[in-house]
Design a protein around this ligand. Structure first.
Ligand code: NBP
Length: 500
């Protein structure tokens, strides 16, 4: 028997909206749905008549709003940007004080801050929630990163905790096996309150930036196995399966193994070999990198991962350049086993640096925006449901449990020890890559980050001298307290005489 009013509503019945709506209904919540194009709503409701909680189709925003129990809770899952604003503008005149609007799209966190402020001025509550895990996650348990007013989160919490991915309380491993109508129950939900206004969407953006890094690093491991050892796709697939049983255990390593073992149904060749080497991007990696530049936080590995996609996109130019520009002729002739172990270590060390950069960004952003982020909890809710889910995140949670004020992940005893032990292999891989002409931008960038971060003295003394020389930008002295600035009256530059 349907309830007279739904527990929650959802606007936007594209891939994410349909799957999240079914996930919510599977947990026994009655959900009202609305989509701008009504045919999609009709089709969706007709196709899903027997969901446990029930799906109620509505044809207008008025009907949608009236169908919800108060205080009304409604999720927007439409294209991020203008579409979200258009939906909010349509909703606002229909809502009452205390109603809660939840944006589950990939919104830019500054848009979320703006929207939260505008709605709060009208007595409405706004939650910007990162939703990670794509279609599969939305259907059977995403990682959810909500930000907004704490009281509003408490209203949403029972639903968000029910529909989020679950991890085993003891092992921290994702609990899998949900099927339509039979969701996972028990376990620790992959959601927690992140912070005020745009905090949830900010953390989701960092998740995506880290995801860019993880994906590119795996591609570099693949390129090195292929370029230095000449391995075939299926063999590499088996290596990734092996790696997935160790510290690199993660969703992305697991799917990489599957992809490398997959045959193209048309040509019967390995699937990866027939895929064009150009990667697309939707923008969250770029947002992360732009934000790093804006805040002056070094996140070079994440930015390199974005640039790697950019260089992949200029395919025709690269093909033309490949005919002109020559690399070294050197080939690797050493032990295959030793090199595979070294690539494994290089991947792990680079990953640690990339995550260190992501967490550094969040650390600075919380000061900039007045949030109090719990880094251990953030790592915890990324253990299931999302694209970067990995056993390794447990190590990050443990690091922040040891020291909540940790300045950089690299300084944690576990990560420090790990990198110390593995760095010889990491350096060997990068040397070999350079000698043999295999591009490894994120591996190299991560090592440069590590070597820079551990340097008590960088060559910026010379750089600042250059700035003082040509622009009187001043400098600080090693023999004076910080914050005291000096300028040298440089002698006139002796420029070469130009013959008249
Ligand atoms: P899309 O991002 O493709 O958006 C399509 C939906 O937006 C449709 O329901 C469409 O309605 C609606 N819409 C548009 Br476009 N303009 C509208 C407007 N002016 N007013 C009302 N509705 C409008 O859907 P998606 O891929 O399901 O993603 C939804 C959100 O989730 C996005 O913000 C996305 O970035 C985020 N996200 C996606 C993924 C993923 O794996 N796809 C993962 C994580 C987060 P219509 O049917 O009438 O055209």
């Amino acid at each position: 028997m349907p309830k007279s009013q739904s527990d929650i509503g959802l606007i936007g019945l594209a891939v994410m909206g349909q799957n999240l709506a079914l996930n919510i209904a599977d947990h026994g919540f009655q959900i009202s749905v609305y989509n701008r194009t009504t045919e999609k709503t009709d089709k969706f409701v007709a196709e899903n008549p027997h969901t446990p909680g029930g799906v109620v189709g509505t044809k207008t925003l008025e009907e949608f709003v009236k169908s919800l129990a108060k205080p009304r809770k409604m999720i927007i899952l439409v294209q991020a940007g203008k579409a979200t604003d258009a939906v909010i503008d349509g909703l606002v005149p229909l809502l009452e004080q205390g109603d809660i609007v939840i944006d589950g799209g990939n919104a830019l966190w500054t848009d979320t801050i703006r929207r939260e402020k505008a709605l709060a001025a009208k007595g409405l509550r706004f939650i910007g929630s990162g939703v990670s895990g794509g279609e599969e996650g939305a259907r059977f348990g995403p990682s959810l990163m909500p930000g907004g007013e704490l009281a509003a989160w408490k209203e949403l919490k029972p639903i968000w905790e029910a529909v989020a991915a679950k991890v085993d309380a003891k092992t921290g491993k994702p609990i899998m096996g949900a099927t339509p109508g039979h969701p996972v129950t028990g376990g620790v939900p992959c959601t927690t309150y992140i912070g005020a206004n745009g905090a949830g969407h900010y953390v989701k953006m960092i998740h995506n930036g880290i995801e860019y890094g993880d994906m590119q690093m795996i591609c570099e491991a693949y390129a090195l196995m292929k370029g230095l050892l000449g391995l075939k796709a299926a063999e590499m697939g088996a290596i990734f399966t092996e790696w997935n049983a160790g510290i690199l255990d993660s969703f992305l390593i697991e799917i990489t193994a599957d992809i490398l073992k997959q045959k193209d149904p048309v040509s019967k060749k390995p699937f990866v070999d027939i895929v064009l080497d150009t990667a697309g991007q939707k923008g969250t990696g770029k947002w992360t990198s732009t934000n790093a530049l804006d805040m002056g936080v070094p996140a070079p590995t994440i930015a390199e991962a974005v640039f790697a996609r950019c260089i992949s996109a200029i395919k025709e130019e690269r093909v033309a350049a490949s005919k002109i520009l020559k690399g070294p002729a050197k080939k690797y002739r050493g032990s295959k086993k030793a090199l595979l172990a070294a690539i494994h270590d290089a991947l792990y060390c680079s990953k640690i640096c990339s995550y260190a950069q992501g967490f550094q960004l969040m650390r600075t952003a919380q000061k900039e925006y007045g949030w109090t982020l719990n880094f251990g909890e953030i790592a915890q809710i990324w253990r299931g449901g999302c694209i970067i889910r990995a056993a390794f995140l447990q190590k990050i949670t443990e690091a922040y449990a040891r020291n909540p004020d940790l300045a950089n992940l690299l300084l944690d005893p576990y990560f420090n020890k790990t990198v110390k032990k593995a760095q010889e292999n990491w350096r060997k891989v990068i040397s070999l890559a350079a000698e043999c002409g295999v591009a490894a931008p994120t591996f190299s960038s991560a090592l440069a980050y590590y070597d820079s971060y551990r340097s008590a003295r960088l060559p910026a003394n010379l750089l600042q001298s250059q700035r003082d020389y040509f622009g009187a930008h001043t400098y600080e002295r090693t023999d004076q307290p910080r914050g005291k600035f000096f300028h040298l009256d440089w002698p006139e530059p002796t420029r070469p005489q130009i013959a008249s």
